[in-house]
Design a binder for this molecule. Structure first.
Ligand SMILES: NC(=O)c1ccc[n+]([C@@H]2O[C@H](COP(=O)([O-])OP(=O)(O)OC[C@H]3O[C@@H](n4cnc5c(N)ncnc54)[C@H](OP(=O)(O)O)[C@@H]3O)[C@@H](O)[C@H]2O)c1
Length: 231
């Protein structure tokens, strides 16, 4: 069976999804920036998982790094290098890395793997709620998450009949990025949610599976936010 490839599968939400599919007995490929670290992470995940090192912010090198990957059924693009950036104190280098990674790097991964993706395959791109709810310093993050929406629209047409969807999580409370935040910050965030709780990694995995596996779902940008956008 063709594999599940998770770009940005060495940590956080991508790793959680890779772990799920490995547990289902699927062949899984994860990527991170460092080949040895990605291989070590693949060994921890177990099953039939392998790790590849590639830098999405250096798109020219991506095709070569993916050259020996076989057929791919589910392609998940989850990597991020967080960039806290405002227009007032604009850091061009940090902005360039994130914009390149998310927009050109993600697209180049698809381009490189496309000949190995059959008609029933599906792509899932991770954006985030910063698309609609900016916060101080989110200028580049908000911009690239908005671009994810545009990317989905054009890829649905270009990659047809393959399916393409995106998922836009709110703050995932038990993800490595957030789980060690100070208790008062956590409580303040929870107080802003209609449900009285933050989204979990398990819920993001469940939503990811829906977008990847349900063959009727195509061209969707799905907020996974517990209703945060209604507030
Ligand atoms: N966590 C949340 O609450 C949350 C909320 C909203 C949206 N999201 C979105 O969900 C996705 C996953 O977030 P996360 O919090 O799970 O991320 P994370 O824990 O920070 O993990 C980031 C992943 O991206 C990889 N990566 C970073 N820079 C890379 C580069 N230049 N080239 C290739 N790979 C690179 C990392 O691999 P190495 O470190 O091994 O290189 C790692 O696997 C992101 O797109 C993020 O915007 C997350």
């Amino acid at each position: 069976m063709a594999s599940v490839l998770v770009a940005g599968g060495t940590r956080g939400l991508g790793r959680e999804l890779a772990q799920f599919y490995a547990g289902q007995g699927r062949d899984v490929v994860i990527t991170g920036r460092d080949a040895a670290a990605a291989a070590a992470c693949a060994a921890e995940i177990g099953g039939s998982t392998r790790g590849i090192g590639l830098d999405l912010a250096e798109p020219e090198s991506i095709a070569e790094r993916l050259a020996d990957v076989g057929d791919v059924e589910f392609l998940v693009l989850a990597a991020i290098e967080r960039d806290t950036n405002t227009v007032k104190d604009y850091d061009i280098a940090a902005a360039m890395r994130l914009v390149t990674l998310k927009i050109v790097g993600y697209t180049e991964v698809i381009h490189a793997l496309l000949p190995r993706m059959g008609e029933g395959s599906a792509v899932l791109i991770y954006g985030g709620l910063a698309r609609d709810r900016p916060y101080p310093g989110s200028t580049t993050v908000t911009t690239v998450n908005g671009a994810v929406t545009g990317l989905v629209r054009t890829l649905v047409i270009e990659l047809a009949p393959r399916r393409v969807n995106a998922l836009h999580p709110a703050i995932v409370g038990d993800s490595p990025q957030w789980r060690d935040m100070p208790a008062e910050r956590f409580e303040a965030l929870v107080a802003r949610t209609p449900t009285g709780r933050l989204v979990t990694m398990e819920q993001v995995v469940d939503a990811s599976r829906f977008l990847l596996e349900n063959e009727a779902i195509n061209g969707i940008n799905l907020p996974v936010d517990g209703g945060w956008l209604c507030t």
